[in-house]
Design a protein around this ligand. Structure first.
Ligand code: FNR
Length: 362
């Protein structure tokens, strides 16, 4: 275990140490993206294009990063993005992540593909009460998974809609990534995966087999109406899909391309965020993720209309390098950098961060 004085000092250092210490299979699974990784890179590159104008000499005493989303108080406008199989990175897996997040009063969204039972993660730390689910092949199975999470104490659901099939992840295929025998999505064990027969002559496996088990807007509307808790839709990139989410009663949307892991050449999330916010209006909860590597990136996303952001790979790296302590430290670094950005731009509160402060270079 690393002592506090052996921890990386910067977010970049966390990334480098994690990348260099991971097995090649884990590196490919956690850090790579789909296809040629254009979208993975575009997410980060969009933030690099942002320019922010400082505003000195404003009164900053008593400022705060606190905010609220869906009526829930957040110490800072960031949450841990749902990602699978934390035990590949640390023996305590999702429990270490939840405790690291809890130490910073940051919420963690638990993935349906958690490698630890959801009841144990929920009980491990305060603030782990958002659960991410995938469509489980039928209304009944999806509701059953949602009810499992609600019974365990989760109170907000995130339905991920952008990965109906796995992306073509070249680096993962080349590295021969496979889950070790002692690793699985333990909470999904009771749901038998659909068994597909081989497609008939001239048929497509994707369109004539898998596609028959995928959800449509009516299914999602049914889920939103049936569960008695807020449901956010994760994986929105088109303004009309955001408007549809509003119309079916979703509590919010998460602008996301799954961290560039599904459709390579999907747009960078930061680039589409403003048009989505414009379409649904400034009061509707629009969150975003993808490519956030620094606290200043959080500032930029908020300025362009996000109410909060989700953090994926920086937390992956914190967990890989130093478990619970690493997660906590990464979150602290992000929040400290956000505070520096706010102070330099004359924003004493999250509501002070406005679109005119950021300019995206073409
Ligand atoms: C993910 N992501 C993801 N999303 C989800 O809804 N359910 C999941 O189980 C997973 N699993 C997963 C595994 C790994 C290894 C990664 C890197 C990502 C996507 C995740 O929630 C988020 O959208 C992205 O990670 C955000 O991009 P950044 O912050 O990693 O750039």
């Amino acid at each position: 275990m690393l002592e506090p004085d052996q921890l990386p000092r910067t977010l970049n250092d966390y990334y480098n140490r994690a990348r260099d210490s991971m097995s090649s299979e884990n590196r490919a699974y956690f850090l790579s993206g789909a296809g040629g990784e254009e979208t993975l890179l575009a997410n980060e590159e969009a933030f690099v294009r942002a320019r922010i104008t400082p505003r000195p000499l404003r009164e900053m005493g008593g400022g705060s990063t606190a905010t609220s989303v869906l009526g829930q108080r957040l110490a800072a406008p960031l949450l841990i993005a749902p990602f699978a199989y934390h035990r590949l990175l640390h023996p305590s897996g999702e429990i270490a992540t939840a405790q690291g997040a809890g130490a910073q009063s940051i919420k963690m969204i638990l993935s349906a593909q958690s490698s630890v039972e959801l009841t144990n993660v929920q009980a491990a730390a305060q603030g782990c009460d958002w659960f991410q689910l995938y469509w489980m092949g039928s209304r009944q199975a999806t509701l059953e998974l949602a009810e499992m999470a609600l019974a365990a104490g989760f109170g907000t659901l995130v339905l991920t809609i952008d990965a109906p099939v796995q992306g073509v992840r070249d680096r993962e295929i080349e590295a021969g990534f496979q889950l070790p025998p002692d690793m699985s999505a333990v909470n999904l064990a009771r749901f038998a995966p659909p068994r597909f027969t081989a497609p008939d002559e001239g048929q497509s496996f994707i369109f004539d087999r898998i596609a028959h088990h995928l959800p449509n807007w009516d299914d999602v509307a049914w889920l939103v109406e049936t569960v008695q808790v807020p449901v956010l839709l994760k994986g929105i990139l088109h303004p009309e899909d955001a408007a549809r989410a509003v119309s079916i009663g979703a509590a919010g949307v998460i602008v996301s391309n799954h961290g560039g892991r599904v459709l390579d050449r999907a747009p960078a999330t930061l680039d589409v965020l403003p048009t989505i916010v414009e379409r649904v209006g400034p009061d509707y909860p629009v969150l975003m993720d993808g490519g956030i590597r620094r606290g200043v990136d959080i500032f930029v996303a908020l300025a362009l209309g996000a109410k909060a952001v989700l953090i994926g790979r920086p937390v992956v790296c914190g967990l890989a390098v130093a478990g619970e302590l690493g997660v906590s430290h990464v979150l602290r670094l992000l929040r400290d950098e956000l505070e520096v950005s706010m102070l330099l731009c004359g924003c004493a509160s999250i509501d002070d961060i406005t679109p005119d402060m950021v300019h995206l270079k073409l």
